[in-house]
Design a protein around this ligand. Structure first.
Ligand code: NAD
Ligand code: DAU
Length: 357
């Protein structure tokens, strides 16, 4: 039994679906169902007795304490977070509330539960905190990639809130002995990703005939990892990671944003030729840059490779083709998530930028 938080979001729902599909064991899924949480992601396991969904907040200590007592999980995997950098630039309050205060309250409840376990179960218990490479800051093109020992230098309010949560997790290990694991992963993509993030946004905007907004000159570099590989890495760290350690997870697939966007357009040109001819790349529009935009992220994943024998399996080319096919086959999923609230967000985030582009 696992307690998963944020399991109705992008990575969390992929993780829960994979665990249930491969019968790794039952899951209690605690999710607040913010704009980013979507029960449709979990529709295929709605009747599965191995999946217990609970709508609630990781900051609700009473609720978390009740769930821990009732289900006695052998591990907690914490995905729950506010996750979008651009939203944190407009308003960081919720990022502090969930990513910092929420993680602290979750740690308090879990530590009390863990302390009361019999010694053998106490030894085997794990708290796995899912974090990001953004805590390390920004690299230039020639810098060596982030290692687990790279000093933290978060640049966005989102990254700062994740850095704070990582430090809290570390402190609960050092101070209270809680057997924690932290993973710092690069950019994910794949099914069920909310179309505020670059890859699903490009696909959605291309297919709906809108401008495809590229920040600045498009020269920023990200390291892309398919979500199935990330979930696999989390399972490996959960089973074999050493308590108190952090593990970097990367895709071995660095690409400039503009090259990524053009690649997606070319895949769509082939799979769903544009009505009226021409390429979707004609919709690319360079817009005002993101404030504090990190130039490059890159991961040195030697530790997880050497200690735990994990490497990504899916190439970026194959992963992008599959992902484009998934969004083409699941247009009703996109239609349902791009509600009025989503349209309000796009107007707020891109209105002036596109007007001045
Ligand atoms: P997401 O925004 O798609 O999903 C977050 C989920 O958390 C949603 O279902 C939401 O309802 C839930 N949630 C938010 N606040 C909550 C609260 N207070 N209590 C309970 N549930 C709450 O995010 P994602 O992209 O799936 O990211 C999951 C985790 O992985 C985050 O911690 C993120 O920082 C980390 N991460 C993401 C990426 C990426 O590329 N997406 C890469 C590395 C790390
Ligand atoms: O590196 C891991 C992080 O990756 C996670 O911690 C975050 O939760 C996740 O959102 C992601 O952060 P990024 O800011 O890198 O992802 P995003 O998809 O927002 O942007 C990817 C790149 O594309 C970034 O350089 C900004 C650029 N971009 C993004 C959007 C939304 C554009 O050029 N245009 C856009 O419209």
């Amino acid at each position: 039994m696992l307690l998963v938080t944020g399991g109705a979001g992008f990575i969390g729902s992929n993780f829960v679906l994979e665990r249930l599909r491969t019968t790794r064991g039952p899951v209690v899924n605690l999710d607040k169902l913010t704009y980013a949480g979507n029960l449709q992601n979990l529709a295929s396991v709605a009747g599965d007795p191995a999946h217990v969904f609970v709508k609630g907040d990781i900051a609700d200590v009473d609720l978390v304490t009740r769930l821990l007592k009732a289900h006695a999980p052998r591990a907690v995997v914490n995905f729950a977070a506010e996750s979008h950098v651009d939203r944190s630039i407009l308003d960081a309050d919720e990022f502090i509330q969930t990513n910092v205060v929420g993680t602290l309250r979750l740690l308090n409840a879990v530590t009390a539960y863990w302390r009361a376990l019999p010694s053998e179960q106490q030894r085997d218990f794990r708290f796995l905190h899912v974090s990001t490479d953004e805590v390390y800051g920004s690299l230039s093109v020639d810098d060596p990639p982030f290692r687990e020992t790279t000093p933290y230098a978060p640049n966005s309010p989102y990254a700062a809130s994740k850095a704070a949560s990582d430090h809290l997790v570390r402190s609960f290990h050092r101070t209270h002995g809680l057997p924690v694991l932290t993973t710092n992963c690069s950019n994910n993509y794949g099914p069920y990703q909310f179309p505020e993030k670059l890859i699903p946004l490009v696909i959605h905007h291309a297919l709906s005939g809108r401008a495809i907004p590229v920040y600045g000159s498009g020269a920023n570099i990200r390291d892309w990892l398919h979500v199935s590989d990330h979930c696999d890495a989390i399972n490996v760290v959960l089973e074999s990671g050493r308590p108190g350690e952090t593990y970097n997870i990367g895709g071995e697939s660095e690409m400039r944003n503009i090259d990524l966007v053009k690649t997606i357009c070319a895949i769509l040109d082939e799979k769903r030729p544009r009505a009226g001819g021409g390429s979707y790349a004609e919709q690319i529009t360079f817009v005002t840059d993101r404030p504090g935009h990190d130039q490059r992220y890159a991961i040195e994943a030697e530790k997880i490779r050497d200690e735990l024998n994990w490497r990504p399996k899916k190439s970026l080319e194959a992963g992008l083709r599959e992902t484009a096919a998934w969004y083409l086959d699941n247009s009703q999923w996109i239609d349902s998530v791009v509600s009025g609230a989503y349209r309000d967000w796009v107007a707020l985030q891109y209105g002036d930028r596109l007007a001045s582009a």
